[in-house]
Write a protein that binds this ligand. Structure first.
Ligand SMILES: NC(=O)c1ccc[n+]([C@@H]2O[C@H](COP(=O)([O-])OP(=O)(O)OC[C@H]3O[C@@H](n4cnc5c(N)ncnc54)[C@H](O)[C@@H]3O)[C@@H](O)[C@H]2O)c1
Length: 277
């Protein structure tokens, strides 16, 4: 029960990684407000978890919706300890050259609106309540916050922007509110949506052969599911383990940056030396 008596607000908590964070936080003793644009997804999570959670439907791009989400959380649970900015969309690695000028402009606004403005507005709405509890903000970054190829130029730019935003907020809010990020790699069980501006509504994340891809690409040689990522959020949210941490972004991606030039991993000689496991 690492989060006993703690209260969190999770954007995008109706699906994928956000849903796994909500479930894990409840397991750890927290009460959680879920802010998502899908009422249907919220209803399913609330039905499964009962009165430990409350749902608020709205759009992270809207100031009023962010303020309402925080107000509803405070009304239900009386305080806020951790704000988790997590709602996001992807560009399905659409290249610049294959995108028409007008589409690129509107997709830029949509992508930055959700992935960056949504985080900034959520942080602003949550700040007064977090100041009172000396709480935390945690933001979902991505492998695309550090490396190319985890999306197209729009997604990669938004996730790099998230790192700058975390650092600036950590600087501005210290010593009262700590601000950190988690940078996951591919998330098994995600429903990550594409942009409307690039007509990507029909594409499904589950159609990507994530298990095979990650096995080939990652030093750790497998894909990780949403629940396996959720523990990192518990580490940053619990008040015992993370006291010195602010402004950090945890690479939590199966070792993408450890691939080296020659091969994804070098572990073959461990097998020779110690035997197969
Ligand atoms: N899926 C991956 O492989 C992967 C990898 C690295 C990082 N991420 C990041 O993880 C985060 C969560 O993504 P996921 O994979 O769980 O996707 P998901 O689609 O399963 O969950 C995201 C949730 O955010 C909600 N949402 C989207 N736009 C919204 C808006 N404007 N207002 C309110 N809610 C909105 C959706 O309804 C959805 O329930 C995102 O920030 C994403 O960039 C995902």
């Amino acid at each position: 029960m690492q989060l006993k008596d703690q209260v969190a607000l999770v954007t995008g908590g109706g699906s994928g990684l956000g849903q796994a964070i909500v479930e894990r936080f409840v397991e750890e003793g927290a009460r959680v407000a879920i802010f998502d644009r899908s009422q249907e997804r919220i209803d399913e999570v609330v039905k499964a978890l009962g009165d430990k959670v409350v749902g608020i439907a709205g759009d992270v791009r809207e100031v009023a919706d962010n303020n309402r989400a925080v107000a509803e959380c405070l009304k239900a649970f009386g305080k806020l300890d951790t704000f988790i900015g997590n709602a996001g969309i992807w560009d399905y690695s659409k290249t610049m050259v294959s995108t028409e000028d007008g589409d690129l402009s509107s997709a830029f606004d949509e992508m930055f609106g959700i992935n960056v403005k949504g985080y900034v507005l959520g942080a602003k709405a949550a700040l007064p309540a977090l100041y009172k509890t000396k709480g935390h903000m945690i933001f979902t970054a991505s492998n695309a916050s550090f490396y190319p190829g985890g999306g197209g130029v729009l997604y990669t730019a938004t996730k790099h922007a998230v790192v700058g935003m975390i650092k600036q907020m950590a600087h501005e809010f210290a010593p009262y509110v700590r601000v950190n990020g988690i940078a996951p790699g591919g998330v098994g069980g995600s429903n990550l949506a594409g942009t409307s501006a690039l007509s990507q509504q029909g594409i499904k994340f589950s159609d990507i052969p994530l298990d095979d891809l990650m096995k080939q690409m990652l030093p750790l040689e497998r894909a990780f599911n949403a629940r396996e990522y959720a523990g990192a959020y518990v580490f940053f949210a619990n008040r015992r383990d993370n006291t010195p941490g602010t402004g950090g972004v945890l690479n939590f991606d199966g070792g993408i940056g450890m691939r080296g030039f020659a091969s994804p991993n070098m572990g073959a000689d461990l097998v020779e030396k110690f035997g197969a496991i």
